[in-house]
Design a protein around this ligand. Structure first.
Ligand code: FPP
Length: 245
């Protein structure tokens, strides 16, 4: 399939990806899991570039979940080091591709050097107007929703907002993703068919796309396939087909 097969007028505005299968990719090749994560970082680079070339407005990647903290210490430190290295290396490319970087999650739980590096890249790319890349790091959707409930409750308690004013917009405004539109297309690699605590609120009407490809194998072609599948579907948002035409 080619780039030309995609309808440029009907691109998903927001694509989110659960990048899974780095470990299995390495295992299949008799390599250490860390090699899988390195190859995964390369797939991140290719995918971000492909999304930017297509003009995708928002791309959100699940890079580290709250549950991932229970992995072996050495794997966690390798992943963190890889993240710092990738951010440092990719800064220039992000600038030249007009990419704006953000991060969501319990960022205060990340090692200080990762927080600093992230902060720097976020600052340096803040004025970019191309693809908005969001990394979900130390991210869990239930935690995100919980902290939104706490913030809103405090505002009600302190008479900043009346309880009657709480609606979907107010809830959205208290999520980490307050500046992002809902997810249109959610992709998960590696053949696993689950959501794993990712963007539970934001995927309410997303189209779900699962592929057997392992994350390090994912590339421009894979992204195009996923978007093509999305474009063949009819998004009804609860309406009937007749109401849409
Ligand atoms: C899932 O594979 C992947 C992760 C937990 C980490 C994702 C990290 C990267 C893609 C690399 C660095 C990221 C950036 C943003 C530069 P897995 O280890 O769960 O694979 P498995 O299920 O086969 O064991």
């Amino acid at each position: 399939m080619n780039f030309e097969d995609l309808n440029k007028e009907a691109l998903p505005q927001h694509i989110a990806i659960i990048m899974d299968g780095n470990g299995r990719w390495a295992q299949q090749r008799g390599k250490l899991r860390v090699r899988g994560h390195e190859a995964g970082a390369e797939a991140v680079r290719k995918t971000v570039e492909a999304a930017a070339n297509l003009g995708i407005k928002h791309l959100t990647l699940y890079a580290f979940s709250t549950e991932n903290w229970s992995r072996p210490k050495t794997e966690i430190s390798t992943l963190m080091a890889l993240l710092v290295r990738s951010l440092r290396r990719e800064l220039e490319r992000m600038a030249s591709n007009n990419i704006k970087l953000s991060a969501i999650g319990s960022l205060d739980k990340l090692p200080k050097n990762v927080q600093q590096e992230l902060h720097e890249v976020v600052q340096k790319t803040a004025a970019n107007t191309g693809t908005h890349l969001t990394l979900a790091l130390s991210y869990g959707a239930r935690e995100e929703i919980k902290q939104a409930v706490v913030q809103i409750s405090k505002k009600v308690k302190n008479n900043i907002i009346p309880v009657e004013s709480i609606d979907e917009t107010i809830i959205n405004e208290h999520l980490y993703t307050q500046n992002l539109p809902d997810v249109d297309l959610l992709i998960r690699t590696s053949g696993e068919v689950r959501i794993s605590n990712f963007l539970l609120w934001q995927i309410a009407y997303a189209e779900l796309y699962f592929t057997d490809e392992l994350w390090p194998e994912f590339n421009e072609q894979s992204l195009h396939q996923a978007i093509l599948s999305y474009q063949k579907r009819e998004r009804r948002f609860g309406k009937t087909s007749e109401q849409l035409t």
